[in-house]
Ligand binder design. Structure first.
Ligand code: 5RP
Length: 225
């Protein structure tokens, strides 16, 4: 089974949790895009929902599929958010932001009653950190933050795209931090959150309620206790 098929299985399992009348947060990335396609198909069949996208790319995709898209300020509650991940550990802690959308993703997830994470099997890791931790920073602070992030033990680089600095939807930069295995994700998360100039980091701790992983043997599900 291909990774794409595993992503598709996880996305399909997640979309079953969406019910009429819900406000649904739509994640970003290739797995989330499969989920958005499936939501679009259900909307065409009469599903009545309102969606809050986590990026301009997802908003455009959702609108194109006829999904009613609103901004965060137009809803009082988000019932359910479904999003992908770059890594997930046994405590359901995540590294996100490979697509550069973790700022809006974290805001939407934090305002959601339930967050469902969908991924292919290779995203499950024993320890977070093989994937470079994305840290969104304001451009003014980027140069000053590089040595500070390096001092935390990471190899750092400003994310590039098409030969130039990658800009997020909020016009910020991303510093990708290669920590290797992270022994204490909570400590790193707190340290990064306290750094002036850091807008948001890609560690999602205590946010996922349900993790659905597409595997060779079907969808594996992990739930918060
Ligand atoms: C975007 C994200 C994505 O959810 C994450 O990068 C996973 O992407 P993909 O489903 O393409 O592997 O956090 O900011």
């Amino acid at each position: 089974m291909t990774e794409d098929e595993q992503k598709q299985m996880a996305a399909a399992a997640a979309v079953e949790h969406i019910k009429d009348g819900m406000v649904v947060g739509l994640g970003t990335g290739s797995t989330a895009a499969k989920m958005v396609d499936l939501v679009g198909a259900r909307v065409k069949d009469g599903l009545d929902i309102i969606a809050v996208p986590t990026s301009e790319a997802t908003a455009e995709q959702a609108r194109g599929l006829g999904i009613k898209v609103v901004g965060l300020d137009e809803v009082s509650v988000i019932d359910l958010t479904i999003d992908g991940t770059d890594e997930v550990d046994p405590q359901m802690r995540l590294i996100k932001g490979g697509g550069g959308a973790h700022l809006r993703e974290k805001i939407v997830a934090s305002l959601s009653d339930t967050m469902i994470v969908i991924a292919e099997a290779k995203k499950m890791v024993n320890k977070l950190g093989a994937f470079k931790l994305p840290v969104e920073v304001i451009p003014f602070a980027a140069g000053a933050l590089l040595p500070k992030l390096e001092a935390l033990g990471a190899d750092v680089s400003i994310r590039q795209k098409d030969g130039t600095d990658f800009k997020t939807d909020e016009n910020n930069l991303i510093i990708d931090c290669a920590f290797g295995e992270i022994d204490d994700p909570e400590e790193i998360a707190l340290t990064l959150s306290l750094m002036p100039g850091v807008v948001e980091h890609g560690l999602f701790i205590d946010m996922a309620d349900l993790v659905l992983i597409g595997t060779e043997n079907g969808v594996k599900s992990f739930q918060k206790d």
